[in-house]
Ligand binder design. Sequence first.
Ligand code: COA
Length: 258
Amino acid sequence: MSYQNLLIEDKGRIRYITINRESKLNALNKDTLTELHAVFASTFEDQAIGGVIITGAGSKAFVAGADISEFQGKGVNEGSQMAREAQHSVFDLIANGAKPIIAVINGYALGGGLELAMACHIRIAANTAKMGLPEVTLGLIPGYGGTQRLTQLVGRGKALELIMTADMIGAEEALQLGLVNHVTEADNAMVKAEELMHKILKRAPLAVAAAIKAVSAAAVSEGFKAEIDLFGNCFSSADFKEGVAAFLEKRSPEFKGL
Ligand code: COA
């Protein structure tokens, strides 16, 4: 398969996936999600590949979220469907994948971008990275597993603070919270990821796969389904329409609680 929105490179047993929509800060549109599903599904089948490192093109963003322009005009059913499909075909596929997946967060990781990084097994952040779940500024909640995985990583109190305020945090704070595993100088994030990946690839592959499966089993929760339904419900509000329109028109939203 040829990819329009991803760059794929294999070096030894590591597959490098780069999300390549730099002009849109690598935002995840439908086509990119379809390609991510395809590349991860084929990678898990490929005996030659031991693990994956995923990052974003350019130095500004890992991924600045789901592509907000695709939210416009959608209703409740389409909203829930979008979250359900993406969670199952991409985010859960990655989280439960049988090979180690490391995210190199090289810039903004916001909304669906942070959710993508959180679905990965290890996160390395450049010291310039900025992370957050800003969906409430759009009249939405995170819909790609963010309410669940952020809570699992940093605890309920801090997760609610970050989600309700929509605040962005820097790499050092993310490290303190346990949201990322390591912080490096921007130029060294990939080197650190490779160092960890090489170490993991020396371990017994079936045991590594079993470890991912067992740890993922601890993270199974009804909350993922609740998130899908609640995300979809947001699409019925006037505030959602206002939030999305305001982003696309590059102005501040005026929310009315309707
Ligand atoms: N969806 C669609 N397009 C996006 C996007 C997203 N999530 N994030 C950025 N873009 C686009 C912008 O619309 C802009 O496109 P344009 O040049 O055609 O107008 C381009 O990427 C560059 O972004 P811009 O906003 O001009 O960069 P900035 O440096 O001023 O701001 C951010 C950077 C990350 C703070 C800002 O882009 C932002 O807030 N993005 C949305 C984050 C978000 O809410 N994500 C959650 C979505 S659920």
